[in-house]
Design a protein around this ligand. Sequence first.
Ligand SMILES: CC(C)(COP(=O)(O)OP(=O)(O)OC[C@H]1O[C@@H](n2cnc3c(N)ncnc32)[C@H](O)[C@@H]1OP(=O)(O)O)[C@@H](O)C(=O)NCCC(=O)NCCS
Length: 171
Amino acid sequence: MKCGNCELIEICAEIEADFRELADEGIAANETPYINWDGDFDDYLRRMQILAKGVNLPADEVPRNTYFLFCEGKIIGRSEIRRELNDEHRKLGGHIGGDIRRSERKKGYGTILLNLTLEKARELGLKRVLLTCDKTNAASARTIEGSGGIFTEEIFDEKANVFVKHYWMDL
Ligand SMILES: CC(C)(COP(=O)(O)OP(=O)(O)OC[C@H]1O[C@@H](n2cnc3c(N)ncnc32)[C@H](O)[C@@H]1OP(=O)(O)O)[C@@H](O)C(=O)NCCC(=O)NCCS
């Protein structure tokens, strides 16, 4: 799959049906990486747009943009950019998170998703980004390393009870 056939689209009303397809596959696989997704798309969209705007956010939230990867018109995955880090994200999560729908993994899309998301981060003015993954998440580590992430440290996150690898990238 070439990057040219793929695009990253920021969340908007027009992607509702595609989003539902993606979320349903994630939920069926017991993977629910969507912030408080409860089936109400309008409410979800509104909350994501508030986070993207980043004004008057609750204390535990940070400004973030939510994107979806479409390749040849099909929804493939999701990513987000946290434009600022709080203490929690400095340990686990970092600036960029993402996932590819289960049925489309190991086909190169994770790498495309990360690279298009890094481009957006650059456009948003970020100069340097932190990427993290669980020590046991070989797929994520390979994806980050393959895109030029520089391993800096491994920490233990007491809240999540996991060892976390930290990578930084200059944009
Ligand atoms: C991590 C994830 C996004 C990778 O997506 P993907 O589409 O499978 O990734 P790619 O096909 O682009 O593969 C990227 C690299 O990872 C490797 N890889 C993919 N799945 C792997 C696995 N299960 N175990 C080991 N390596 C794996 C690929 O071989 C490739 O390495 P290479 O370039 O050296 O050959 C995907 O597995 C996913 O969505 N996981 C669940 C959510 C998640 O963990 N997100 C990251 C949180 S930090």
